[in-house]
Design a protein around this ligand. Structure first.
Ligand code: SF4
Length: 463
């Protein structure tokens, strides 16, 4: 995949690109207001980072503790080394219960593992019950954001979709009306479901309990109406103790959507009376990241999406341009860890402004890790020939100050007189939508020298 090429499809629709940018910036501003209203915000972030660092350092023991406690509560714990095994396990559980109608709440892990297509191939019906995810599913589309999966879709498009699929009034765009129509149809799916699949936001090692956060209460319905509940979690979702949840629950919703708290933070301790709870713990490349000192803290991510909402590249290029389940800054770190060759363009889809690092509630040094990925990709020989050539030329010039000065001079003068086709052509991707600024008559060094000379002269005159 190539981020720049995929982004072209998104930015070609200028109106959508601007609207998407504004919508996410609005969420970012809501997050800022919420963060500002909590005086101990920075202390909470620091605590969260320390708890996660401790968890990652003790992950094997904590996972075993969690398994023992969850099993004692009556849950069945399964381990999956990769996406295939995860899908096989989930299918096996459903199959052994004769379940073919499944409701699923939002779970990025199941997206990562492509669970829906796997189960559908086996003749099962899987309905995504988070409203945004359901809209995406009805369009046979993919989520473009981990918290706001349908953020790339306008309400007019949802109206058309619901008219076609649910028979709502033609041209209806009222969110309340459309949401009510979705609610009625989803309620039928909940009532008919034979199993409910949920993700896991936090798993508590000390108690063996799970926490699932939603704004729509759909995970609760899915987990409590059918007798079979399957909870799928990445192995990094652990927190050591119940008291740690307070730190993360305060940070999560504020960072994600600018709400003081998620509408439903549901705790599951073992199966419901008469029911079964299966917990599938998935590695799928996570333990490889755990052993890498540069990228291990990326496993601290609590999937709030704040780094996406603030990222100037994500906001303007859309989530689908990343070609991976988790897009944005954190996705650009996690995806190359799974397949550096395939996702080598992602760490370069970054301005290194550091805004993602500033907002991350668990203090992941995102832009530093993205920079480090660039070095890793260059070292592995995965850079394209033209990028390598550009870097070699830049290094050659920058290592020779006299040459750097001359080249700067030639470019400054040359750009002033060069015809348009020299400045704007297929090699200058940046210039497709932008005009180059007027070249300055003097270089930075010349201006610096002039300023220093002037200061010297003033000092001399005063003395
Ligand atoms: S990296 Fe940080 S800001 Fe981004 S989704 Fe994860 S927790 Fe949120």
């Amino acid at each position: 995949m190539n981020h720049a090429k995929l982004a072209t499809q998104f930015v070609n629709n200028t109106e959508r690109a601007h609207w998407h940018d504004r919508a996410l910036w609005f969420v970012r501003q809501k997050r800022d207001k919420m963060a500002d209203s909590v005086p101990e915000w920075e202390r909470l972030r620091e605590l969260a980072a320390q708890i996660k660092a401790h968890t990652l350092s003790n992950l094997p023991e904590l996972l075993e503790q969690f398994e023992a406690k969850a099993t004692a509560l009556g849950a069945h714990v399964h381990w999956a080394k990769d996406a295939d095994e995860h899908n096989r396990i989930v299918h096996g559980i459903l199959d052994s219960h004769g379940a073919t109608r499944v409701v699923k709440s939002k779970s990025m892990l199941t997206e990562e593992c492509c669970l829906n297509p796997h189960l559908e191939k086996q003749g099962m019906e899987v309905v995504d019950t988070d409203l945004g995810e359901w809209i995406v599913q009805l369009r046979k589309d993919k989520p473009s954001h981990i918290v706001l999966p349908a953020i790339h879709i306008r309400k007019e498009e949802v109206g058309e979709l619901f008219h076609e699929k649910l028979g709502t009034e033609k041209g209806a765009t009222d969110p309340d009306y459309l949401t009510l129509a979705a609610r009625h149809r989803l309620r039928e799916k909940f009532l008919a479901a034979q199993a409910g699949i949920t993700g896991v936001n936090f798993a508590v090692a000390e108690t063996g309990g799970l926490v699932v956060c939603t704004n729509e209460g759909n995970a609760d319905l899915g987990a409590s109406m059918p007798n079979l509940h399957i909870a799928c979690m990445g192995l990094e979702k652990l927190v050591p103790q119940l008291q740690h949840l307070g730190v993360f629950l305060r940070l999560l919703a504020r960072s994600a959507t600018g709400q003081p708290i998620t509408s439903y933070s549901s705790h599951f301790h073992g199966p419901k009376p008469g029911g079964e709870l299966h917990i599938v713990i998935v590695d799928n490349g996570r333990s490889r990241i755990l052993t890498n000192e540069h990228f291990r803290s990326s496993l601290s991510c609590i999937r709030c999406g704040a780094c996406m909402n603030t990222c100037p590249v994500y906001r303007r290029s859309g989530g689908h341009s990343y070609g991976t389940t988790v897009p944005g800054p954190i996705g650009s770190i996690l995806a190359p860890a799974r397949n550096a060759e395939q996702y080598k363009s992602l760490p370069f889809a970054c301005s290194l402004c550091g805004s993602c690092t500033d907002v991350c509630p668990v203090k992941i040094d995102l832009h530093h890790q993205l920079l480090h990925w660039r070095a890793e990709i260059a070292k592995s020989g995965l850079l394209s020939w033209n990028k390598r050539l550009q870097m070699k030329l830049a290094a050659f010039v920058m290592n020779r100050p006299w040459l750097y000065r001359q080249v700067g001079r030639v470019i400054r003068i040359g750009l002033r007189f060069a015809p348009g086709f020299i400045k704007y052509n297929r090699f200058n991707q940046w210039g497709i939508d932008r005009d180059l600024p007027e070249p300055p008559s003097k270089s930075f060094r010349q201006l610096y020298q002039l300023r220093a000379d002037k200061k010297d002269q003033e000092t001399h005159e005063q003395s």
